[in-house]
Each structure stands twice: as C-alpha cells, then as structure tokens.
Design a protein around this ligand. Structure first.
Ligand code: 13P
Length: 250
C-alpha cells in the first residue's frame, strides 16, 4: 500500500495573528502541484484567520491540542467542535511538550484522541522517548505504553485516518535529529505494534511522521526511509522558505 506523504508544521506558541496569516499565505502560494499533504498548526488564537486565508488552497489546518469535553465551564480550553468550526480538520495530540509542561498522560491523550474522533477531527498522536529512556534501551517499551494508553478501547474501524508522529524528545528543538536509520527502526516498531494491536490494514495504512529537528538539509534522508511517511516540523516550519524546502525534499 502506498501511503500519501505528509509534511506538517507545528507552529507551537509562535506568531501573532497577522504573522500567522502571512506565513500561511506564503506556504499556500509557494506550493506547486505538490503531490503530498501539507498541514499547518497555528495557535488556537490564529486558527480561524489562518483557515480563512487557506480557503481554496491545498493546505490543511490543525489545532495543537483540544480538551475532551465538547463545551462547558473549562476556562482556557478549546474543544473539538470549536476548532472544527474554526476550520481545522486535524489536531495534534500528546505532544511531548504537553507531556512535559502540562501534565499530559497516556490517559488524557486517550481522552483527547477519542474526543477528536467523535468530533470529526483526524488525530495526529505524538509519541517518543527521552534521551535517558533511549540510553536505558527503553525506547520500544515507552512507545508501546504511549500508543496502548492513547488508543485504548479503539477498534480498527474507529481510527478515522489516525496519523502518528514519532518524535524522540531528545531531537525536538535541539538540532540533533534522529538518524534516518534510528527513525526508520522506531517507525517499523510502531507499525509492527499497529499490526499486533489492530490488523495489517491499519499497520500498512497508517501514516507515521517523523518529528525532531527536521530541516531542508536533512529532510530527504529522513523522508526517503521506507517507514517514514512524512515530517512534523517545529522550528523550520516558522519560515516559509525552510518549510517549502522540506516539502520539496519529499
Ligand atoms: P523541531 O522541528 O523544532 O525540532 O520540533 C519538532 C516538533 O516538536 C514538532 O512537533
């Protein structure tokens, strides 16, 4: 099965409203018949305006997080229906920064995945080990428990186009990317786990993106790996030329 490649930009807590709209426009205009999916994830504040700017373009829109309730007295949160109404089709869930700074657990990631699916959003579930875990040879165990926790209770036909992102924590924002071989190995492990937990069709059909210091210069080497179906890009997605350079490397 051929899986369509995806290059996604996670803008994290960067860019004002005006800067977000400007960057989205540059990305949309810079794409020339790209035969892959391109997605951007601005701040929640910029979601609607970026969605308006991207209307009619091929660029997909994601939120960076959602709360699992649909509405209510949850100060500071946004829900699946709210981000969908703002134009998002996808949502990033379980990013390591949310695990590190905001108490995200396997359980809460799972609640968000379920809420995304119920709300018609495609989840982009992030998993990845820390450097200490890799050095202790715990990478596979960590990936397995993050995946099992966040996808608990779901059956193969519940997954709604689920996308996974392997983001080794030691490679995020550090300039030290995983080697192509390290990425491919981790992705192969995740795919084997999908086969064991769901079935072959899910394993073969699920896109697994790599994230962690992807730049135009290293993108081709990482993205040419058989198990790597695209990239989730942080820093280099904040500049249209760099982001387009990564897209061109696919
Ligand atoms: P960097 O590309 O800045 O390392 O960030 C990766 C990331 O966390 C994407 O979600």
């Amino acid at each position: 099965m051929t899986r369509r490649k995806m290059v996604a930009g996670n803008w994290k807590m960067h860019k004002t409203l005006a800067e977000s709209v400007d960057l989205a426009g540059r990305v949309a205009e810079g794409l020339k018949d790209a035969d892959l999916d391109v997605l951007v994830a601005p701040t929640a504040l910029a979601l609607a305006a970026v969605g308006t700017r991207l209307a009619g373009s091929m660029v997909l829109l994601a939120a960076q997080n959602i709360f699992w309730e649909e509405q209510g007295a949850y100060t500071g949160e946004v829900s699946a229906p709210l981000v969908r109404a703002a134009g998002a089709s996808h949502v990033i869930i379980g990013h390591s920064e949310r695990r590190q700074y905001f108490g995200e657990s396997e359980k809460t990631a799972g609640l968000r995945v379920a809420a995304a699916l119920a709300g018609g959003l495609v989840p982009i579930l992030c998993v990845g080990e820390t450097l200490a875990e890799r050095q202790k040879d715990q990478t596979q165990g960590v990936l397995e428990s993050q995946l099992a926790g966040a996808l608990a209770g779901l059956a193969a036909n519940d997954l709604g186009g689920l996308i996974l992102a392997y983001e080794p924590v030691w490679a995020i924002g550090t300039g030290v990317n995983a080697s192509a071989q390290q990425a491919n190995e981790a992705h192969a492990f995740i795919r084997a786990w999908l086969d064991y937990r769901f079935d072959k069709e899910v394993a073969n059909g699920t896109r697994i993106l790599y994230g962690g210091s992807v730049k135009p210069a290293n993108a081709a080497g990482l993205l040419n790996q058989s198990e790597v179906d695209g990239a989730l890009v942080g820093g280099a997605s904040l500049n249209a030329a760099d982001f387009l350079g990564i897209i061109q490397a696919v």
